[in-house]
Ligand binder design. Structure first.
Ligand code: J2J
Length: 539
């Protein structure tokens, strides 16, 4: 197995430790210490369940013992693909306890993506729910195992059929490791939003991630009385750590797991549980504001709404306080590390017009032009960053690492930003060709590759088109090979390729050629830029 690591230069690591950013804590210790301090406080609530910290610890230890009894060894990787159930938390804390490495897949992912994660991570186990939103994950597990026989174990939350039911795991304190993980070890793998090609794996250490969690909890004003609602898919970095359910558990608060982010599901939960804080992507924030106008539920407990993942326009941002009755906190983050927040007591203009400032005084921010030279203060440029919780490399991706990181270890975020005189960042656009569809990042190249596999597609170029609701939608320009198929057929065919539904183009435009006027050969990037321009001119 290729070892997992995330290595900062010695001098930087020493500085981060000396400054108290990296405290030598682990996820396992975190839960244990909270459970010791407040065993009877409520840790997690689902539609039907309610577990105290003591119970969450007990369940996590049972999960840990169960995995070890299956023969998994510390360091083995386990793909976790669960909806927002309380079991999401008992499973990941169980894996941490057994020193196993969760790899977080979204419920929307299908066999094409899951096979890629399992293969790349060399995972030996896969955890799914039986069904969610009408989809049977056991069938998906069968398809994945058929392609990757090295995936030895499938564990199911719910009705397991031929697989191992999570419910059958039994506690065995004697089997649990006596020593905790090394805090500088990789704790889990996040999935990158693909900018080029397939998703990459993001290794995060206990030390670096817990620093960002702890500071985020503070910046968002979490306290033991807080109630955090996990509305977005729990596998995403945003609801995980900005400040997310981990931030809530860090301060001993309560986490509510919502199986869907829709107002129909979340509003009753907010009213029932007295939710004080949650996080949403912009399209959902708009939907919630619309639904709140109907005044069907008491949302008065809500104090803070974080919005991020995609640009939240100032016109919409301005409405949050009056329409939802809470403080808006904008967050501009990335699973690779750097997270920026507006602060709760910032003046209104900063809160509605900017995407915040970094968590850490040691987050290094460079805003550069195409030649890599710093732009004049206040001008837009490419955002590069490094710091105490930003990765230095993806897992086992030498070519992508060479592109995505500078020689001195700055991560090229792909975002175009400008900095205000107050030091706050405003996201202006991006330098890479992915589509940010309601916060899900989709690689244009990946969608093109799927389209090109269709026999009636001669060539395809995929671009983002502005969309009132989604922020951006996926628009595919397709040159047919002979007679053009119907758009709906092409979409239906793509769905059958077992990919996440959010990657299927929203719009397909058949063209005879790409009609790029530039002389000579144009790059894919130039082509996509020209096509995007054509959409803008036609709107
Ligand atoms: C514009 N673009 C944004 C924002 C992210 C907190 C919040 C979000 C993420 C996330 C996260 C944006 N305005 N407010 O991990 O901890 C776009 C940028 C960025 C990319 C990262 C968190 N907030 N973005 O969205 O890894 O393009 O993380 O580089 O999914 O989302 O995507 P992701």
């Amino acid at each position: 197995m290729i070892p997992l690591q995330q290595i900062w230069p010695d001098d930087m690591a020493a500085r981060y430790r000396a400054k108290g950013y990296w405290r030598g804590e682990t996820f396992s210790q975190l839960l244990r210490s909270r459970a010791e301090a407040q065993a009877d406080a409520v840790a997690v609530v689902g539609m039907e369940q309610c577990w105290t910290y003591g119970e969450l610890l007990e369940k996590a230890e049972t999960v840990a013992a169960g995995f070890l009894a299956l023969g998994l060894k510390p360091g083995d990787r386990v793909v976790v693909q669960l909806p927002n159930l309380p079991e999401f938390l008992s499973v990941i804390f169980g894996l941490f306890r057994a020193k196993l490495i969760p790899v977080y897949a979204l419920p929307a992912h299908r066999s094409t993506e899951v096979v890629h994660f399992v293969t790349r991570a060399e995972a030996s186990a896969y955890v799914v729910a039986d069904r969610h939103e009408g989809f049977d994950y056991r069938a998906l597990a069968r398809a994945v195992q058929a392609e990757v026989p090295e995936l030895r174990h499938v564990i199911v939350v719910g009705e397991a059929e031929e697989f191992a039911p999570l419910d059958a795991f039994r506690a065995d304190p004697a089997s649990l490791p006596t020593q905790d993980a090394d805090p500088s070890d990789v704790a889990f793998l996040q999935i990158s939003g693909g900018s080029t090609g397939l998703s990459k794996l993001i290794p995060r250490t206990h030390d670096d991630y817990l620093y960002s969690v702890r500071e985020s909890a503070d910046i968002s004003g979490l306290e033991p009385e807080s109630v955090y609602l996990t509305a977005l898919p729990a596998a995403h970095n945003f609801p995980m750590s900005s400040p997310g359910y981990l931030g809530a558990l860090y301060v001993g608060a309560t986490v509510v797991m919502a199986p869907s982010p829709s107002p129909d599901v979340c509003f009753p939960l907010i009213a029932r549980e007295g939710v004080t804080i949650t996080g949403l992507v912009p399209p959902l924030a708009l939907l919630w504001m619309q639904a709140a106008a109907k005044k069907t539920h008491d949302l008065s407990s809500l104090q803070v709404l974080l919005v991020g993942g995609a640009k939240f326009l100032p016109e919409a941002a301005r409405r949050v306080r009056t329409e939802l009755g809470c403080t808006l906190q904008q967050v501009f983050g990335m699973a690779e590390g750097l997270v920026n927040y507006t602060r709760l007591d910032d003046p209104e203009t900063l809160i509605v017009e900017t995407q915040g400032r970094p968590i850490s005084p040691d987050d290094e921010i460079l805003i550069v032009d195409d030649a890599g030279a710093p732009v004049a203060e206040g001008e837009p440029g490419d955002l590069l960053t490094r710091g105490p919780y930003t990765i230095r490399a993806y897992h086992n991706e030498p070519a992508a690492n060479a592109r995505s990181f500078t020689e001195d270890g700055f991560y090229r975020t792909g975002d175009v930003v400008r900095r205000t005189p107050e030091g706050y960042l405003v996201v202006m656009g991006r330098a890479t060709d992915h589509i940010n569809r309601a916060g899900e990042k989709i690689s244009a190249e990946e969608v093109e590759d799927h389209l090109l596999a269709h026999p009636s597609v001669f060539d395809a170029a995929v671009v983002s088109a502005p969309d009132d609701y989604l922020g951006e939608r996926i628009c595919a320009f397709v040159i047919p090979n002979g007679a053009a198929p119907r758009g709906v057929e092409l979409k239906a065919w793509m769905r059958k390729r077992d990919i996440a539904d959010f990657k299927v183009p929203d719009q397909i435009v058949f063209v005879d050629d790409f009609a790029v006027t530039a002389v000579g050969k144009v790059s894919r990037r130039e082509l996509r830029a020209a096509l995007r321009q054509r959409i803008l001119e036609n709107e």
